[in-house]
Design a protein around this ligand. Structure first.
Ligand code: DX5
Ligand code: ZN
Length: 219
């Protein structure tokens, strides 16, 4: 049993009924709402942009945990902030000026996040560790829901946990991709404090959302 934060990824929700889906996972016990933004360039898929986030904003008071899989990113940060994002997470792999990206997010009054692809080492975070409110470890290659968890990412989660503890930082350590009840505890044991789950929550119908969220918490 744990008090890990659960951030359902609406990428796996019914896009024709997104508002109701957000309301349903909120009522089912979600701590945040994970919004996957894909541009067909940084990742080989296209999802949604700020207009959709703005329309979803009235459906929940929970934080919008916005995962930007786009390149370039800086030109769009203000639009996501205005649309109602609370945490804005970008990929350092998406451009050469990641520190500037974080500065802009902070200036917009939002929480900052860094997302790392599976092949990116944890050490790229060292120069910006203190500028981060959230670190997102991708446990699948970004672009699609419903993929299998990549086990080697557990070691990266442990390495980042050590960095944060050594620096006495309370940064959220979130893991995204292929999370199911069967591997959630291993991810938490490695040091994660937040889990993203798309297909594991939305896959079985709205009357199961609360049970699936509880199962990820080990309840
Ligand atoms: C993948 C996204 C994930 C994805 C997770 O690019 O960042 O958030 O929706 O979906 P599942 O939980 O189905 O792996
Ligand atoms: Zn995501």
């Amino acid at each position: 049993m744990s008090d890990v934060l659960i951030s359902p990824s609406i990428l796996a929700a019914d896009f024709a009924r997104l508002g109701e889906e957000v309301r349903a996972v909120d009522a089912a016990g979600a701590d945040m709402i994970h919004v996957d933004v894909m541009d067909g360039h940084f990742v080989p898929n296209i999802s949604i942009g700020p207009i959709v986030i703005e329309k979803l904003r009235p459906y929940t008071a929970k934080p919008f945990d916005v995962h930007l899989m786009i390149s370039p990113v800086d030109a769009y940060l203000e639009a996501f902030a205005m649309a109602g994002a609370d945490i804005i997470t970008a990929h350092p792999e998406a451009g050469p000026h990641f520190h500037r990206t974080l500065q802009v997010i902070r200036k917009l009054g939002k929480k900052t996040g860094a997302a790392l692809n599976p092949s990116t080492p944890a050490d790229v975070l060292d120069p910006v560790l203190e500028e981060l409110d959230l670190i997102l470890v991708m446990s699948v290659n970004p672009g699609f829901g419903g993929q299998k968890f990549i086990d080697s990412q557990l070691r990266k989660i442990e390495a980042i946990r050590q960095k944060l503890d050594r620096a006495n930082l309370k940064t959220i350590l979130e893991v995204d991709g292929g999370i199911v009840p069967a591997n959630a505890q291993a991810v938490i044991d490695a040091g994660a404090t937040a889990l993203v789950a798309g297909s594991a929550i939305f896959g079985k119908g709205a009357d199961r959302y609360a049970a699936e969220i509880a199962a990820l918490r080990g309840r």
